[in-house]
Structures are given as C-alpha cells and as structure tokens.
Design a protein around this ligand. Structure first.
Ligand SMILES: Cc1cc2nc3c(=O)[nH]c(=O)nc-3n(C[C@H](O)[C@H](O)[C@H](O)COP(=O)(O)OP(=O)(O)OC[C@H]3O[C@@H](n4cnc5c(N)ncnc54)[C@H](O)[C@@H]3O)c2cc1C
Length: 419
C-alpha cells in the first residue's frame, strides 16, 4: 500500500478510542481522508486478554456505527449486579446492594465484551470505510506549518494533516509533545486482570466485592467464564502475578469462593498500575486528545473506555459539523467546542471514581460503618438505585447536560450516531 503524503485527519493510536473516532468520522463524512498511525505492529491487539464492561450508551453508539451486530453474539449481558463489603478472610460476604441489570425492557445496563472482539469489529469497519493504517510506527514528533501540521513517525517519515488526534493511551507521549500538563496521582494499587473458567453458570451476575486492598470484581463472560479485575497494593499485585499457579489459585479461591464450583485461570494474568490522570487542556490548535490520553481513571466503576467512546462520538460530531459549515476543522475555535462538551463529564467521573476508591479501599471501622450504612440506604431507595443504574449505563441526566446541545431522548445524538 502507498502511504499518503497528506491527509485531513491523523489519529495516533489504534486502540479502541482511536478506532472508534476513525469509524465515526468516516461513517459521517466519507470524503474526509483519515489515517491511523499506531506504534504497535499489526494485530497485536489479538493478544489482549482483557474484557470491558460496555455501557448501554456505548453499545447504542456501536450499533449506529454498524459494529454491534458482529459483537453481540459474543457479548454477555449483565443481568444483575451485587455489591458486598467485607474483609478478605471473612467466610461470608454479606450483600449490601443489588441491582437489576435492565435500563429498559430487554436492554441491560451493560454487556461484558472481550477486548479482542471489540477491536476486531472496529478494525473491520474502519477497513471497510477506507481508513488508512500505518502500523508498527510510533509518532515521534510534529511541527506547525501554515495551515497544517507535519506529523513525524517511524524514524524520518512524515505526513501533513489539518488535525492530529492523540489517542495514544494514558501515558500519551503526544500530550507531552503538545506541552499539555496533567493533574496526576498514583493510587499505589494495581488491577490484576485474568479470565477464570468455572464449573457452574453465572447467570449474567456481576459481583463487586469491596475488600480492604480495593475492589475485587467478577464480571460475567459468555459460557462458564468470568473476567476478574482484582485490585491489590502494587507490591502485592506484582507478587501475585509472579506466584506459581497453586498459590495464585489459593489466593483467588479465598476471594472468589466456590459458589461457581472449581475455578481454572485461562490464559495470562496481567497487572496494570492504577492512577488518576486528567489533562488540563484537551485541545491546542490542530491538536486534540481523546480517550485515556485525556483522562485515565480508576476502573472501580468500569467507565474508562466508555468515557473514551463518548470522546470519539463528540469529537467526530464536532469535526463533521465544522466541515459541513466550511470551517477549518483544526482551528482552535472549532476544537474548543469539543473540549467544552467533554471536559465536565470526564472530570466529574474522575473525581467520582477517586472518591469511591478512597472510601472503599480501606479498613477503618468508622468509614466501613458509614459506607455500609450508605449502601443499605441506597438498597431501600428504588429511585436512587435507578439513578445509579442510568449513571452506569452512561445515560444519566448530568452526562446529557454536560454533553452539550445535541441531546435527544434516548441519550446523545452525535452526528446521528445515536449515542
Ligand atoms: C484493569 C483495568 C480494567 C478496565 N476495565 C474497564 C471496563 O470494564 N470498562 C471500561 O469502560 N474501561 C475499562 N478500563 C479502561 C480502558 O481499558 C481504557 O480506558 C481504554 O483501554 C483506553 O483506550 P484508548 O484507546 O484511549 O487507549 P489504549 O487502549 O491505551 O490505546 C492506545 C494506543 O496508542 C498506541 N500508541 C502509544 N503511543 C503511540 C505513539 N507514540 N504513536 C502512535 N501510537 C501510539 C498504542 O500502541 C495503543 O494501540 C479498564 C482499565 C484497566 C487498567
């Protein structure tokens, strides 16, 4: 394939957010040329053993982008969710809060989807829409021209563009290159992620066990399998990851229990250091951040990727609108609309997950009593529970208000993406 010398939009990063942005742009404005450049070699995502909770708002968007049909057969609906709060060694984990998983009849508030399936679907759609890919080629710099940017990648190659979108993850090098500062701190915790096969069916039930080191989430996958997001202090997580199978399984069993029968870890165990990173600006002239490059949050509420999908939809809407009006898609006046649209929602979610993590990842007796009282109160208030479910589904009123003017009854409507 001949690589283009210039393109309307360059997206650095072929992760979920970079791909979703490319698809959303090409679906609404096929005449715009879009090039995605990724540091990783082709197909590396096939080894991603993680799974994500995809909120209803995000699955509606993926549906409008023509991706959901290929994902749905391999997506596990979350039919029910329980929340417990106990010490690791406690023999029983009393349930403080239960949620019925539907936001509308027949529509669960979230599905669990394996990341490789999500990526394959977005990638196939991007290819079909004519997005150009350059892989195994990190973006290593960019310079401002008259009415364009020159993006440098892979040791000396370059490409002129009207707009560079950085979707290069939480440690974004492009964010640093653009001189954008962050608010950032580490939690001293890591999330151990692995897939567990079990003897008995989970019936679509998700479980969030609050333990002193942090949340231990059991998230249902298709078949008799679950995905774990197991938070530990970073040193303990490193020890567990390198533990031999017998000792790891014993630690797992203590937290998971045997209610689903014998457990067997499938594939690799990985751990991810957890922190909060919020970019102070999302845009500069001809430059925009999206996804984890703009906001890395704690996975306690499973919302990181869902926020990134909202960025993708809002950014695509902003660019397509400007293009329709004949405006310069890389001008700061255009890009500030995207920033205003997305910043409040992401800061709000970042702060919420931070507070939840501090409240639930500790063993202080008064704090435990207070939070258990709070959970019990929510359990007795169906309207409040309904509010939390809509938050988790990405369909809350505050998310809509934060999103800006294009608010339709069933969520947001970015360029007809039906989000
Ligand atoms: C333990 C854990 C569990 C999670 N669970 C959930 C969940 O259930 N639900 C949910 O919504 N979210 C969840 N998240 C968050 C979610 O995984 C992230 O929000 C999401 O992966 C971010 O996607 P992204 O595309 O922004 O970045 P990434 O997935 O990090 O992709 C970045 C891409 O940029 C590329 N890249 C990097 N540098 C360059 C460069 N210089 N040039 C070109 N390309 C580059 C990389 O190769 C990569 O392909 C979880 C996170 C963790 C850590």
């Amino acid at each position: 394939m001949v690589e283009p010398r210039s393109t309307d939009v360059v997206i650095a990063g072929a992760g979920y957010v970079g791909l979703a942005t490319a698809v959303a742009l090409k679906a609404s404005a096929p005449h715009l040329s879009v090039t995605v450049i990724d540091a990783a070699p082709t197909g590396v995502w096939r080894n991603d053993t993680r799974a994500s909770a995809i909120a209803a708002a995000a699955s509606r968007m993926l549906d409008r982008l023509g991706c959901w049909d290929s994902i749905l057969p391999e997506a596990q609906p979350i039919n029910e969710m329980i929340v417990t709060d106990s010490r690791t060694s406690d023999p029983v984990r009393p349930v403080f809060l239960t949620f019925n998983g539907e936001i509308e009849p027949g529509e669960p508030f979230a599905h669990m989807v394996e990341n490789r399936i999500l990526n394959a679907s977005l990638r196939a759609k991007a290819d079909a829409l004519g997005v150009t890919f350059i892989e195994g080629a990190p973006v290593d710099g960019f310079e401002h021209g008259e009415a364009h940017l020159i993006v440098n990648y892979a040791d000396g190659k370059s490409l002129a563009t009207r707009l560079l979108i950085a979707a290069d993850g939480v440690k974004s090098r492009l964010r640093d290159m653009a001189g954008i500062k962050t608010v950032n701190w580490e939690y001293g915790q890591s999330g151990i992620v692995c897939t567990v096969a079990h003897e008995r069916p989970h019936h679509g039930r998700a479980e969030e066990h609050f333990l002193p080191a942090g949340p231990f989430a059991i998230l249902p996958l298709t078949g008799n399998r679950s995905s774990l997001v197991w938070t530990e202090r970073t040193a303990d997580a490193e020890r567990l990851i390198n533990e031999d199978d017998f000792l790891f399984d014993a630690e797992l069993e203590q937290r998971f229990g045997l209610k689903l029968g014998e457990l067997r870890v499938e594939g690799a165990r990985k751990s991810f250091p957890l922190g909060l990173t919020l970019a102070r600006d999302f845009v500069k002239p001809r430059f925009a951040l999206a996804g984890d490059a703009a906001h890395g949050i704690h996975p306690i509420a499973g919302q990181g990727l869902n926020l990134g999908f909202k960025d993708a939809a809002a950014l695509a809407e902003t660019i397509v609108d400007a293009d329709r009006l004949g405006l310069d898609i890389g001008s700061i006046a255009v890009l500030e609309r995207y920033q205003t649209w997305r910043r409040f929602d992401t800061v709000q979610m970042g702060v919420t997950t931070d507070v939840l993590n501090r409240l639930f990842s500790n063993d202080s007796v008064p704090v435990r009593a207070l939070r258990d009282f709070g959970l019990g109160l929510v359990e007795r208030m169906p309207r409040l529970k309904g509010f939390f479910i809509r938050q988790a589904a990405g369909l809350s009123t505050t998310a809509k208000i934060a999103a800006g003017p294009a608010d339709l009854g069933r969520g947001l409507n970015y360029s007809g993406l039906g989000y």
